[in-house]
Ligand binder design. Structure first.
Ligand SMILES: [Zn+2]
Length: 414
């Protein structure tokens, strides 16, 4: 019997309680990164796959950060789709500021609470269940489906997706669907690139009353930070259909990520996230350390930004710097097929056609794009992500599961 999209939706509806329970239990597996230990969560995912009779492989270049790979062939020739999600989550700074236990997976007023609920255990659950549902009807599908559940995403994946990109490129397939938080009114086809720099300012230092004896490292840091802020004026090349997609989605971007978000998608941003200098109020600071998080828009690369940083540094005595992280921005054409599937299915399910946009933050989807493969992100809104009371409304979660399932089905039946 041929299974239809209506049948797939009915399967999800019938499993509603199972899905909710799965996310709650997934959240209860504590996976803050750092330290990035995902053993308990990985065992939880493995138990689920075992219960469905789905074979998998564990790839663990770091023993506490396993990655789970599972793959099957459809009944006919076709393309290879990868479903990717991560198990690690942000740490919790102060549990007392939450209204719910961040590791409790509480279901309150139709919302699932907990660190990692939005980023991205709901999305990873959508991948896992999509994989299991489509395995049931594999004879009806064309091509291949691979589940790529990873660790170590929050630190850019040296033991997770980045390791797999180098050592297991075959699991990347021809296209990636990922459930990182995007908000259901947007679908992401690209992202900006983080460029993190650490500046060190050193001067002789002096007694605080003897300011004639030495320049102050903290005063230099202040002037340096002010100069670095001018990088936000860097001209960004026009990228054709990327530009038009962002322009037409401006109000949606502001609505989803806060007023002003659309204005920085296509700009360099500069955040001096850490400034540490001086010892005492009555001493001229001899040392100051400044870490700056620059986000590079599509069309520019770190190679465009670093010479500008060199020029700024040359204007300030006693300053040295090093790059502590550089991940280039990447994007897939907003006209790519998977975007169409996600938009049409989202509209079919909720009536809302998600606007294709560029993400401000970075995800593992970039690793597919670096290989020239389309990678599309569609997941719940980032409510409380990286802060307090992170949660996902159940209806939004179920919508994301259905949208992933139907979109993967469309891709593998075309
Ligand atoms: Zn994430």
């Amino acid at each position: 019997m041929t299974v239809t999209k209506q049948d797939l939706e009915a399967w999800v509806d019938a499993d509603r309680d199972v899905l909710i329970r799965f996310v709650q239990d997934f959240v209860r597996c504590r996976t803050p990164n750092p330290p990035g230990d995902t053993l308990e969560a990985a065992q939880f995912v493995r138990d689920f796959l075992d219960s469905k009779g789905l074979p998998y492989e564990v790839v663990a270049p770091n023993a506490i950060m396993p990655n789970i790979l599972s793959s099957f062939e459809g009944g006919g020739e076709g393309r290879h789709l990868a479903l990717n999600g991560h198990m690690d989550v942000f740490p919790v700074e102060d549990e007392s500021t939450w209204s719910q236990d961040p590791w409790g997976g509480a279901l309150v007023d139709g919302k699932i609470y907990g660190r990692g609920s939005a980023d991205m255990k709901c999305g990873t659950t959508a991948s896992i269940f999509t994989y299991a549902y489509l395995h049931r009807i594999r004879e009806q599908l064309k091509g291949r489906l691979t589940l790529v559940v990873v660790s170590d995403e929050e630190t850019f994946g040296p033991w997770g997706a980045r390791y797999l990109a180098e050592h297991r490129p075959e699991v990347f397939g021809d296209c990636c669907l990922n459930g990182e938080p995007s908000g259901v009114s947007t679908v992401r086809f690209g992202e900006k690139g983080p460029l993190w720099l650490e500046f060190l300012i050193r001067t002789p230092g002096a007694h605080g009353a003897y300011t004639h004896m030495s320049p102050s490292a903290t005063v230099i840091a202040s002037a340096l930070i002010s100069d670095l802020g001018k990088l936000t004026d860097t001209a960004v090349p026009d990228l054709g259909n990327l530009e038009s997609a962002i322009t037409s989605a401006a109000s949606v971007i502001d609505g989803e990520y806060g007023a002003g978000a659309a204005g920085i998608v296509r700009k360099v941003t500069v955040n001096p996230g850490l400034v540490a200098g001086g010892v005492k109020v009555n001493m001229v600071a001899a040392e100051c350390r400044v870490q700056v998080d620059i986000r590079v828009p599509n069309g520019l690369t770190a190679k465009d930004i670093l010479p500008l940083v060199d020029e700024i540094v040359a204007r300030h005595a006693g300053v040295t710097y090093k790059v502590i992280l550089s991940e280039e921005p990447a994007w897939t054409s907003p006209d790519t097929e998977m975007i169409d599937h996600v938009r049409q299915n989202a509209k079919r399910l909720s009536g809302v056609d998600p606007a294709p946009i560029i993400s401000l933050g970075a995800t593992d989807a970039r690793l597919w794009r670096y290989k020239g493969l389309p990678a599309i992100v569609y997941g719940p809104a980032p409510r409380g992500m990286g802060s307090v009371d992170e949660h996902v409304p159940v209806e939004e979660f179920i919508h994301v599961v259905k949208c992933h399932l139907l979109s993967a089905f469309d891709y593998l039946t075309k």
